[in-house]
Design a binder for this molecule. Structure first.
Ligand SMILES: NC(=O)c1ccc[n+]([C@@H]2O[C@H](COP(=O)([O-])OP(=O)(O)OC[C@H]3O[C@@H](n4cnc5c(N)ncnc54)[C@H](OP(=O)(O)O)[C@@H]3O)[C@@H](O)[C@H]2O)c1
Length: 288
């Protein structure tokens, strides 16, 4: 089944290739119904965060799902520490989620933690060693933030960095992707569908339309532009986090796995069109 396809982290953990996110559209909203709809559609990877203000409803969905907890991949992210230790903060998340552990625990952003990154990361390793999180990583980290926690060479790498990634930020993100490849830090994308949901009138639009029609011919059935963007991420072996309020679109995302791979020429054409415009929706600090 499509949802059992995984991407492998440097430590050998297998992450389901696509996740359903409870941020953006579900931010500060009850996510239970949407998460249950996603699980029913076939999603087993769920992406939460303290900052989304809905870990409790994500937890209710996990408790009420037809799929056992062990078959799910659950991510949450550290918000502001507010005087707590990392362990106290993670235990708060686990209580809201109704779980004994999360599969992935991320530092949501380096912003506000600049001077403490090395210490916070040390505490991340400790909670992982205690079994409260199976894997640890970061989000919205630039090269300079990664360097801060890696400096001295006396630590573990973050298993992944969750960042905005689509063709309109590729050029700006390439040095970070190269750095991560060099260190074995996997990339997890969010905002991958921005060229069809938000910035729809950019230089990629005609190229995406043409490639979508070519891929549909090879597939012998209709393909959507969103699926082609997911294939573009898949071609780079990148883990995807997306979301939708619609059952039909959730199925469309999962079905992208059955769509033929993009050719190297198609990937290059998307890269080239995307590089003509820089458009970032989230985390403006990434350009600093
Ligand atoms: N770490 C971070 O700082 C961070 C930041 C942002 C997001 N995230 C995570 O990533 C998740 C996904 O973020 P995202 O919303 O930016 O993801 P995305 O995959 O770029 O966009 C998903 C949105 O695209 C819309 N969409 C899909 N196909 C479309 C089409 N053909 N035309 C128009 N709209 C279309 C969907 O709307 P419908 O509901 O109408 O289908 C959905 O709301 C979040 O929930 C969160 O978990 C993390």
């Amino acid at each position: 089944m499509s949802t059992t396809v995984t991407r492998v982290l440097k430590n050998g953990s297998k992450v389901p290739w696509i996740g359903f996110g409870t941020g953006t559209a579900l931010y500060n909203r009850d996510a239970e119904k949407d998460v249950l709809r996603a699980i029913d559609a076939g999603f087993i990877h769920l992406d939460g965060a303290q900052a989304y203000g809905n870990e409790d409803s994500l937890g209710k969905a996990i408790a009420n799902a037809k799929v056992p907890r062990e078959s799910l991949w659950v991510t949450t992210k550290l918000g502001a520490l507010n005087g707590q230790t990392v362990e106290e903060s993670l235990k708060g998340s686990l209580q809201r989620l109704g779980l004994d552990y999360v599969d992935l625990w991320l530092i949501h952003t380096p912003t506000g933690l600049e001077d403490k990154l090395k210490d916070v990361w040390k505490q991340f390793i400790e909670v992982r060693n205690k079994g409260l999180a199976k894997n640890i990583g970061v989000s919205n980290f630039r090269i300079k933030d990664l360097e801060k926690i890696l400096e001295g060479g006396d630590t573990e790498i973050p298993q992944l960095n969750q960042i905005e990634l689509h063709p309109y930020v590729l050029k700006a993100t390439q040095p970070l992707l190269d750095f991560q490849n060099k260190h074995g830090i996997k990339t997890e994308s969010y905002g991958g569908l921005i060229p069809v949901s938000t910035k729809t009138d950019g230089p990629l639009a005609p190229v995406l339309k043409e490639i979508t029609s070519e891929v549909a011919k090879r597939h012998g059935s209709p393909v959507t532009e969103a699926q082609v963007l997911l294939k573009w991420l898949e071609a780079r072996d990148i883990i995807i986090v997306t979301t939708s309020s619609k059952e039909s679109r959730l199925k469309e995302y999962l079905d992208a796995l059955n769509v033929p791979q993009l050719t190297p020429e198609e990937v290059s054409a998307i890269d080239a069109a995307g590089s003509k415009l820089h458009f970032r929706k989230f985390g403006q600090h990434m350009d600093s």
